[in-house]
Design a protein around this ligand. Structure first.
Ligand code: SAH
Length: 506
């Protein structure tokens, strides 16, 4: 098992600095013993212009079998001989990834005291892995490394036997990456993606692998288009762990979008004061319509999902019939502002007992949200990418299942009536979609049908005869009062089906 990392240098920054960054001296060949063999680090070339570090792992196949974990992909080896005669000693796999993380530990963390600032800076890199087992082939390898900032990703299938090209390709590829990246980022990508491509791990995947994955995935995994495949394979398709990792990655991603979201809430208010309904801003009309619907349904305990800066929570607190009010948002910044708005820290004990703010992602089922009379999603769904909407539907209507659910969203038909809005523009940059009345109706009726709710539509704001009201609101009422919560086995269904799909495609 073999991989090399090369860089080029300039007179001010000699290529041999790579030795400092990897914490391995270019003039020495060093040997480290790992749990499955011996790792060697040496430099086939080390000049000021060009420097290459090689990591070679000699696997002890007997030790691998003795440890009882020498299996190839897919469980038990085919025969007694296969335990000894397999590709593990040659193919870059999880064994190499573990060796990488052991031998280049500090470099992986991006630490280099000898050259301050250098570890944080991108540098010209070329990585070569001559024999990389790739389940999913060259195409998948390209998809995994493609979005990670390399200027060139070359994946060459390796022929089964060069003498007999008609035999076709083996399951190995030769990988060459080139680009300007931080060394630590390159190492972290390899640490995660080598075993992902091999699709096998030589050790039992314990829950702390989720932490390892998130640490190694920092800065690139949350936005990776193949995130689900990477996570699921890295965690050896343990659905519970995969789900946990995906949920945490979603929080990372949403927290990164935090600033944007909070601005959006500000604008949502501005947008209404800019327009013709100065007497009562639209945001206030929305809150009034929601309060009326909640009172009409006799609600006491209510969730404000995607509560933003807490304006609705504040309005709910003024009415004592709401005995328990829970605001949920993914944005810590929005929740902090909400806390300040509500003066949570100076609130009397009795008031404080009525209100709670929670951080959470609405696209994941959350036990804390079960058992409420009502849930409000005020101007929230349009902030989700459309493909994530079924996950929210499941979490809210399928799992939390309150008696009443109120959803408001912009009516895109009304946009032509906003004088300040250029034609064809959404009301805010972060709206992932805006629906016509018919689109909203179709979605809401589908939800009602699938999840056992009845639904009614209420216009909010001036109901224009031609284009309808600026805000559309749906009030869902559960029709299956007696039915017990059905939030158990389906909870992991999403990950499972996705992986099943992947298994079929492979
Ligand atoms: N309901 C508030 C805020 C609307 S803005 C109001 O009417 O003023 C949308 C809010 O939804 C933002 O605060 C954003 O952080 C939150 N949000 C978006 N996607 C979310 C998700 N997946 N999980 C939880 N909150 C989310």
């Amino acid at each position: 098992m073999f991989l090399t990392i090369s860089t080029t240098g300039t007179p001010e920054r000699p290529a041999t600095d790579l030795g400092f960054l990897l914490h391995k001296h270019p003039d020495k060949a060093q040997t480290f013993s790992t749990s499955h063999g011996t790792a060697h680090v040496f430099y086939p070339e080390a000049s000021a212009e060009r420097c290459t570090a090689a990591l070679l792992l000699e696997v002890d196949p007997v030790a691998l079998v003795r440890r009882g974990k020498g299996k190839g992909r897919g469980g038990a080896p085919d025969s007694a001989l296969a335990q000894y005669v397999n590709d593990r000693p040659y193919a870059a796999s999880s064994l190499l990834a573990v060796a990488l993380s052991t031998v280049f530990k500090s470099a992986l963390r991006g630490v280099c005291a000898a050259l301050p600032g250098r570890a944080e800076a991108p540098m010209p890199l070329r990585v070569e892995v001559p024999a990389l087992p790739a389940r999913g082939g060259a195409e998948l390898a390209g998809k995994l490394f493609g979005p990670l900032g390399w200027t060139s990703v070359e994946v060459e299938p390796v022929a089964l036997d060069e003498q007999f090209p008609e035999w076709g390709d083996s399951r190995y590829v030769q990988l060459t990456l080139e680009g300007e990246l931080r060394l630590a980022d390159a190492l972290r990508q390899l640490y995660v993606l080598l075993p992902v491509l091999d699709d096998a791990k030589h050790y039992w995947v314990a829950p702390d692998e989720v932490d390892k994955l998130l640490r190694a995935g920092e800065g690139w995994l949350a936005e990776h288009p193949e995130q689900k495949l990477i996570t699921s394979r890295y965690l050896s398709r343990r659905w519970g762990l995969t789900r946990q990792a995906m949920e945490r990655l979603e929080l990372v991603r949403l927290a990164e979008a935090d600033d944007l979201e909070v601005e959006d809430v500000d604008n949502a208010v501005d947008e209404t004061t800019d327009t013709e309904e100065k007497p009562v801003p639209l945001a206030e009309q929305r809150r009034d319509a929601i309060l009326e619907a909640l009172r009409g349904a006799g609600v006491n305990r209510v969730l404000d999902l995607g509560c933003g800066q807490g304006q609705l929570v504040q309005a709910l607190l003024k009415d004592v019939s709401f005995t328990e009010i829970v605001g949920v948002d993914v944005s810590v910044r929005a929740l902090t502002i909400a806390g300040r708005r509500l003066k949570l820290d100076r609130m009397g004990e009795r008031q404080a007992a009525r209100v709670k703010l929670l951080q959470g992602a609405l696209t994941y089922t959350d036990k804390r949200l079960a058992g409420y009379d009502a849930a409000v999603l005020c101007e929230v769904i349009e902030h989700l990418d459309l493909p994530r909407l079924p996950a929210l539907e499941y979490a809210v209507f399928g799992s939390a299942r309150p008696q009443t659910v109120i959803v408001t969203t912009p009516n895109v038909e009304y946009n032509v009536r906003w004088e300040t809005l250029p034609a064809g523009h959404a009301r805010h940059g972060d709206h992932r979609f805006e629906w016509t009345r018919q689109e909203f109706r179709t979605w809401a009726e589908g939800v009602a049908e699938r999840d056992g709710y009845g639904v009614e539509f209420v216009p909010v704001g001036p109901d224009d005869p031609e284009v309808g009201p600026p805000t559309q609101m749906a009030v869902f009422t559960r029709t299956d009062k007696a039915e017990a919560d059905k939030n158990k086995p389906e909870a992991e269904a999403e990950t499972e089906t996705e992986t099943e799909k992947e298994a079929k495609a492979a």
